[in-house]
Design a protein around this ligand. Structure first.
Ligand SMILES: [Zn+2]
Length: 308
């Protein structure tokens, strides 16, 4: 994958301020002088997981499979167990987004989840009356989405002509746009694939939040495969640029189990001894599976509508 951005993808301005070069980032992070968009200007090493090769090297057999036995041939299988343990919280997060979408565009209709992962969101969407479609470059994730959610899932990245124009009632994308080498191109492709009056929801990490001010380049947003760092204001600008009427911008509350919080979030912020102690204390008790909501303002979602 290559990326060299010489003019801002949101406002076309060509003057950028260097911000910092975090240890795990694939290149220097800059901020557009004019609109404030923050991004990796040029990728200096290939750590990004979403590139064309990851989609192309998939065997044809796996690319279309709905057979769960084929998962054993996919490298991602080992990640599924942890994901399944967190399924109730993922369902709750999906329902929250689906209820918001239904205010602007109620089911039934065609719903595309761009970067659908393991398909937990598509599963919840189908249960609420949507016809589920997905696009996902990772073969095991795509296979599982087809098998469990019964969705039409392409194992691929988004290309010109992947979908016909004016096809979907709703398009969603959760924690995907921060990874994309060409987020403006992909937003434009999704806008075309929406029906007039259709709704697009995009959720990404929020760069404009107190914890980034506090932690700077040590913040968890700055990882190897994050290239774009949106804020409520730059999301608003890019939606308007691609002819989407902004109807809502919000900070989602993330539901998670205590187990997930300790094992994932704890690992980033606490010493290993503390995590081991908490795990020994709580594992096997009802608290371990207990679900709670967390809203640190470090995630932002935007909902927009394609004009009629
Ligand atoms: Zn700009």
């Amino acid at each position: 994958m290559s990326r060299e951005i010489n003019s801002c993808i949101i406002c076309d301005n060509a003057a950028f301020q260097p911000l910092y070069y975090p240890l795990r980032s694939p290149g220097r992070i800059v901020r557009c002088d004019h609109c404030g968009f923050i991004f990796v200007q040029s990728v200096e090493n290939n750590r990004s997981i979403i590139d064309e090769l990851s989609a192309r090297q998939v065997e044809d057999r796996l690319r279309c499979s709905r057979d769960l036995d084929d998962l054993a041939d996919c490298w991602e299988e080992t990640e599924l167990t942890a994901k399944l343990a967190e399924a109730p919280a993922l369902q709750a997060n999906a329902v929250d987004a689906l209820e918001r979408i239904a205010r602007y565009c109620p089911p039934p209709g065609r719903l595309l989840d761009f970067g659908c992962g393991w398909g937990f969101f598509l599963d919840a969407a189908k249960a609420r009356g949507w016809t589920p479609y997905g696009l996902e470059p990772l073969p095991g994730h795509a296979l599982y989405s087809r098998a469990k959610a019964g969705a039409e899932v392409l194992t691929d990245i988004l290309r010109d002509g992947t979908y016909q124009d004016d096809f979907f009632d709703v398009i969603t994308s959760f924690q995907v746009f921060e990874h994309l080498p060409d987020p403006a191109g992909d937003l434009s492709r999704l806008q075309k694939a929406l029906k007039p009056g259709g709704v697009l929801l995009i959720e990404v990490p929020n760069i404009d939040t107190w914890s980034v001010s506090l932690l700077g380049k040590r913040h968890r947003h700055f990882v190897a495969d994050h290239l774009n760092f949106f804020s409520p204001s730059t999301l608003d600008l890019i939606f308007r640029k691609y002819d989407l009427e902004v109807v809502e911008i919000y900070s989602p509350t993330r539901k998670m189990s205590v187990r997930h919080f300790v094992s994932t979030w704890g690992g980033r912020t606490m010493p290993q001894g503390v995590i081991n102690g908490m795990t020994n204390l709580l594992q096997g008790t009802p608290i371990w599976q207990k679900q709670f909501g967390l809203n640190l303002g470090d995630i932002v979602a935007i909902i927009g509508r394609k004009p009629l």
